[in-house]
Design a protein around this ligand. Structure first.
Ligand SMILES: NC(=O)c1ccc[n+]([C@@H]2O[C@H](COP(=O)([O-])OP(=O)(O)OC[C@H]3O[C@@H](n4cnc5c(N)ncnc54)[C@H](OP(=O)(O)O)[C@@H]3O)[C@@H](O)[C@H]2O)c1
Length: 296
């Protein structure tokens, strides 16, 4: 692991899109970026919650609707976009929820955490000039591979397994996105981050009441703050890191502390699985990697 002091540069005149910006890490990420001068577009599924959250942010923000559980909403968000995006933060997520499906029939955790962001990124990519940061989790290690034969986990759904698979997908997505950007000669960087264990709303929607209770206690006694949990995202977004870098907390087994580069599972480095996941995600969403060659 590598830690270094984080000095965030002035970001005035730039624009960021942060998904799930109304709470937890998304809101804390928004706060930091806006404080550094960025205009932050808070992409949220509930605009009222978004507007309430935006009131607590110093700086320039704009709230726009985005439901990652509905590809029509993702397309509408992208179609309404005009102008450069210096930073796209794929932060929104759901964790260990009871089995359900998105509007397009995908298992919700895979659909929201991975497929929704996959579609959003590719639909916005011609606007992106800087970085795409995708928020994964240390829990990506809880699965050894993507189950390509049963992506929706129809024959073996457990809330934790579905979450872990979606978070492994976030890292494979970053790996393949970076490879494609490089192959296209694009200066855009794809990076990833995880917050360790941060006290947010994430665990309060879990399917298992015992787990929810334990996490509520853990959030009070063990977890770091949402503000601290957002620092790896800021690190991956603003520091001098290589393509496909993964940032996380560097203390207590990667659960808390100052951000730095961190390790990932072997499965998250599997470039063949990353390409396969990309192809399957294109088929499922109907969204492809765009032509990034400069226009006439
Ligand atoms: N907290 C941790 O310890 C931890 C650890 C590892 C990874 N992470 C990752 O960190 C990211 C942020 O989570 P958090 O901890 O900040 O949890 P959080 O407070 O629950 O925030 C999650 C955000 O995602 C939004 N969201 C959920 N479903 C959505 C959808 N269909 N469309 C658009 N937005 C949606 C939520 O909106 P609503 O408010 O409307 O529900 C909320 O704004 C997630 O990707 C999570 O996997 C967190």
């Amino acid at each position: 692991m590598e830690t270094k002091a984080v000095t965030i540069p002035d970001l005035s005149g730039r624009t960021a899109v942060v998904t799930g910006a109304n709470s937890g890490l998304g809101l804390e990420t928004t706060r930091v970026l806006a404080r550094k001068g960025m205009r932050v577009v808070m992409a949220v599924r509930d605009e009222d919650k978004g507007r309430t959250a935006a009131k607590a942010v110093d700086g320039t923000t704009e709230v726009r609707p985005l439901d990652l559980a509905d590809l029509a909403s993702v397309r509408a968000f992208a179609e309404g976009w005009d102008g450069p995006i210096h930073l796209l933060v794929n932060n929104a997520g759901v964790m260990a929820v009871p089995r359900s499906c998105t509007a397009d029939g995908f298992e919700t955790q895979f659909g929201v955490n991975h497929l929704g962001h996959f579609a959003l990124t590719n639909l916005l990519l011609t606007h992106v000039t800087g970085r795409v940061v995708t928020v994964s989790s240390g829990l990506h290690r809880m699965v050894r591979a993507i189950d390509f034969d049963d992506l929706n986990l129809d024959s073996g759904y457990t809330p934790g397994r579905a979450y872990a698979q979606s978070k492994l997908a976030n890292l494979l997505f970053t790996l393949e996105l970076q490879r494609r950007l490089e192959a296209a000669g694009s200066p855009v960087l794809a990076t990833a981050a995880h917050p360790g264990y941060a006290a947010t709303n994430l665990q309060s929607h879990a399917a298992n009441p015992l787990y929810r209770g334990l996490m509520a206690v853990g959030n009070r006694l063990i977890a770091q703050s949402g503000a601290a949990g957002a620092l790896p995202t800021i690190y991956a977004a603003t520091q001098d890191v290589p393509g496909a870098a993964f940032a996380g907390p560097t203390k207590m087994g990667g659960t808390r502390g100052a951000p730095g580069l961190c390790s990932r599972s072997e499965a998250a480095w599997d470039s063949i699985a990353a390409r396969r996941l990309w192809t399957v995600s294109e088929e499922l969403t109907g969204v492809e990697f765009p032509d990034l060659s400069p226009g006439d």
